[in-house]
Ligand binder design. Structure first.
Ligand code: DX5
Ligand code: ZN
Length: 215
């Protein structure tokens, strides 16, 4: 399986975002962590920053919405230049999550759902046929630089079985604590997109680190 690397700009220098996005030009996606201070206890990037980032890179912008009731904002993120928009299943009702995915698709963008560590794999099932990507959190969302939760790997493996079993083109992404020492477990469990914040931006040689993470 081809492994894609999505560096999280949460670990970039926010005063030099354009420079730091150019530094990951060898990656596959730019992972953008949006937090609202309600769904998670942190506030980060919003719609104007996504819009400002858009012309700085040719890479797809992978926008991870850690916000309450994301259906309210998905169209604005699409219009600001997001290519992939993912919504947490815990952030709203099933009907509203379905509506959010439909709104993203109506804008011609890729859509997905995200599962927090305590949310079972089954929570993604009602949406699987509508998802271009499923994101499994391997830390509690909110902050970069946390320790990888290896006990999430069975969840990743179950999702991989369902995706392949249904013959879906859905990607399977992991996010949190992914580094050189943990990427093999993710890939063995069936993930094909690896988000990495500190492991990429903390490296001396960023392109070399991206290559090493890709494997
Ligand atoms: C956490 C974010 C992650 C985070 C990953 O809420 O969703 O994308 O930036 O950072 P690292 O790779 O440092 O754990
Ligand atoms: Zn993220």
């Amino acid at each position: 399986m081809t492994i894609k690397i999505a560096p999280s700009i949460l670990s970039a220098d926010f005063a030099n975002l354009e420079r730091d996005v150019r530094r990951i030009a060898d990656a596959d996606y730019v992972h953008v962590d949006v937090m609202d201070g309600l769904f998670v206890p942190n506030i980060t990037i919003g719609i104007p920053v996504v819009r400002a980032l858009r012309p700085t890179t040719a890479l797809p912008l992978d926008v991870h919405l850690m916000i309450d009731r994301p259906v309210r904002y998905v169209e604005q993120f699409c219009d600001a230049g997001a290519d992939i928009v993912t919504c947490h299943v815990e952030a709203d009702s099933e009907a509203h999550t379905r509506e959010a995915l439909a709104k993203i698709h109506a804008r011609g963008k890729r859509a997905g759902v995200v599962l927090k560590p305590r949310t079972p794999a089954e929570a993604a099932l009602p949406f699987l046929d509508e998802c271009d990507i499923v994101l499994v959190m391997t830390v509690e969302p909110g902050f970069g630089g946390q320790s990888f939760m290896a006990d999430m790997m069975p969840k990743v493996a179950r999702l991989r079985e369902w995706i392949d079993g249904r013959g879906l083109p859905c990607e399977l992404e992991v996010d949190g604590g992914v580094a050189l020492g943990t990427r093999d477990a993710c890939v063995e469990a069936g993930a094909n997109v690896l988000v990495a914040g500190s492991a990429v931006y903390g490296a001396e040689d960023i392109p070399a680190r991206i290559r090493a993470l890709r494997g």
